[in-house]
Write a protein that binds this ligand. Structure first.
Ligand code: DGT
Ligand code: CA
Ligand code: CA
Ligand code: ZN
Length: 580
């Protein structure tokens, strides 16, 4: 992304937060600046190009007022209003506004009554109890804030998988330029595709005399903040503002297999492997497999060979969590896990008819150009989602026609008319059945009442004959919002009985269903989908992350509905509609 765009997007996001803090009358500006931040963040070309061509205001979401701010920034490197706001609002406190339980009104009270100006001071006030002196900050509220803070800590201490994958790729691409490196791979929890990552473990094979040079390059990568270790076989750094840790292991080429196995983990999987090795008169460590009686090193250059030496089939990294995978490997019953190339379409995305960035045709063109999908389902929001510009029945009827028009154009007949319809508090849906019956794909999601038990609502939604799928079923946002309470066995039973699919939502913060719930859903015989919930063009790549969750849930292509042709999906839908 062009640098000016990134800087502007950040400023507009800050301004939006400041207006949100000011509250009340500034609601319009809060939304306008948030939208502008998203629009600019998604632009491919530098904003200066638009200024030159005089097309800034042609961009949806950029009005005259915001266009002036952009021009001011490009010309002077500053936005005066932004600098002014920073003196009026405790802006260092505002990063906490995204934490669950830290609303603008609470922050304002805390700032005004206790003079708290930063996150650190706020945490202190929470922990030493002085916050309880403010009117309205009862025991329950304070507990709620402490819970939110704890949740937030999970993403402070650990990265989201998506961030770790990007960081790992950047490091690998940079180091790969060194011709002394024979093999390189990211191991550890990244290779197992866990949803959050503590540190990144990079494995490099090279000749011993080249280790020093490679380690030197590693500790001087761009963005290095600290060098924690720089030895013969291991170097360790922290990177970037958040000081994310990266470990590098330098090994001999002939130790690649055992080292990769060892440093991929999980620790529990490795411990189990070692125990079994011992029972078979063998010893396994990061250097190889050895015969116990004479320490003779046995063959075992690759992971496959090592598993085979111990009497197992190779175990995909995503399964190495000691959940019974070795028992399957012993019987040669490891399932053929679903792969990205199995995916035939994406069933959850938003256009600019609700809160997405692209219009229907732009979105279709983008997907056609970059993905080999046979179909996509457009699933804009329903009317209860006011902030997301959700539509009523009339709106969707109009959109049906717009979709049909794009589908008529040569090569573009692959857009299915869908909806992400809100499941209301009583479990009823936000649109009438008459409308839903006319759509190709109905995804139903909960977007409200996150503290109450949602079992009843989810079951009721499953019982609607037109609901094909439940979207982001647990409602959690990693580090921001806990899942609402749900009796999952009951819900999965209802999904199975009614023939309703459950989504694996691949948005990096959602990952919902997560691996454990997807595992349980599959075991309960529930059909799953993997979708990106895309709001702009760079979201479609999240499909990969969704596939990783499915693999951690031991899913094969058969377990995932959108590995099938649209005809087969129709059969799935019609079976349920006919049951009625
Ligand atoms: P993380 O970083 O917390 O997300 O999780 P991992 O699994 O990447 O853990 P990490 O970075 O501490 O270690 C990387 C791998 O190295 C781990 O998955 C397995 C292996 N490993 C580390 N310590 C031990 C150990 O004490 N015993 C065994 N068997 N393996 C270990
Ligand atoms: Ca790690
Ligand atoms: Ca590590
Ligand atoms: Zn949603």
């Amino acid at each position: 992304m062009p640098e000016t765009n990134t800087a502007l997007a950040q400023i507009f996001r800050d301004m939006s937060a400041m207006y949100q803090y000011m509250g009340g009358a500034e609601r319009f500006r809060t939304l306008a600046y948030l939208k502008a931040a998203r629009v600019i963040g998604a632009l491919q070309a530098d904003v200066t190009t638009y200024i030159k061509n005089n097309t800034l205001e042609d961009i949806d979401g950029i009005g005259a007022h915001i266009a002036d701010k952009i021009k001011e920034f490009v010309k002077t490197g500053k936005i005066k209003k932004y600098e002014e706001l920073k003196t009026e609002v405790p802006h260092e406190l505002l990063e906490t506004m995204q934490i669950s339980g830290f609303g603008p009104q609470s922050l304002k009270a805390i700032h005004e009554k206790l003079g708290v100006n930063s996150k650190e001071e706020l945490v202190k006030a929470l922990q030493d109890g002085s916050i309880s002196n403010i009117k309205g900050f009862g025991k329950k509220k304070v507990e709620n804030m402490l819970r939110g803070l704890k949740l937030h800590k999970t993403v402070e201490d650990r990265m989201l998988l998506w961030q770790a994958l990007e960081l790992g790729d950047t490091i690998t691409r940079e180091l790969e330029k060194l011709k002394e490196i024979k093999q390189i791979e990211v191991a550890g929890s990244v290779r197992r595709r866990k949803e959050t990552i503590g540190d990144i473990d990079v494995l490099v094979a090279c000749q011993p005399e080249h280790r020093k040079k490679i380690a030197r390059s590693f500790v001087s990568l761009p963005g290095v903040k600290e060098v924690l270790a720089n030895g013969e076989t291991k170097a360790s750094i922290t990177l970037g503002e958040k000081r994310r840790q990266v470990d590098l292991r330098l090994i001999d080429e002939n130790e690649w297999g055992p080292a990769l196995l060892y440093f991929t983990g999980s620790k529990e999987h490795n411990v189990h492997l070692r125990t079994i090795a011992k029972e078979r008169g063998l010893k396994i460590n990061e250097y190889g497999v050895f015969r116990l009686k004479d320490e003779k090193r046995l063959a075992g250059k690759t992971e496959e060979e090592i598993y085979k030496l111990l009497g197992f089939a190779w175990v995909p990294p995503e399964m190495r969590e000691e959940h019974g995978e070795l028992e399957l490997a012993e019987k040669n019953k490891i399932p053929k896990l679903v792969e990205l190339t199995d995916m035939k379409g994406d069933l959850h995305m938003h256009s600019n008819w609700s809160d997405g960035m692209l219009d229907i045709e732009e979105l279709a063109d983008f997907v056609l150009k970059n993905y080999k999908y046979q179909y996509i389902a457009l699933t804009d929001h329903s009317k209860s989602e006011r902030i997301a510009h959700g539509m009523d029945e009339k709106g969707f009827l109009k959109q049906l026609k717009a979709i049909a028009a794009v589908n008529k154009k040569p090569g573009k007949d692959f857009i299915k008319a869908g909806v992400e319809v809100d499941i209301l508090n009583d479990g009823k849906l936000d649109l009438n059945d008459e409308l839903l019956a006319q759509l190709d794909w109905v995804c139903a999601s909960v977007h409200s009442g996150f503290k109450e038990d949602a079992t009843g609502r989810l079951i009721k939604a499953c019982e609607n004959p037109y609901v094909c799928c439940i979207g982001h079923p647990s409602g959690r946002l990693i580090g921001k919002r806990e899942a609402y309470p749900v009796d999952w066995p009951k819900v999965f039973k209802a999904a199975k009985q009614t023939g309703t699919a459950m989504e694996i939502n691949a948005q990096p913060e959602r990952m919902d269903l997560n691996d454990e719930l997807a595992f349980a859903a599959r075991e309960a015989g529930v059909m799953l989908t993997i979708s990106t919930d895309s709001h702009n063009s760079d979201n479609y790549q999240f499909m990969k992350a969704g596939v990783y969750i499915a693999r951690r849930a031991w899913c094969t292509a058969d377990d995932i509905l959108n590995t099938r042709s649209w005809k087969e999906i129709e059969t799935f839908i019609n079976r349920k509609r006919k049951k009625k």
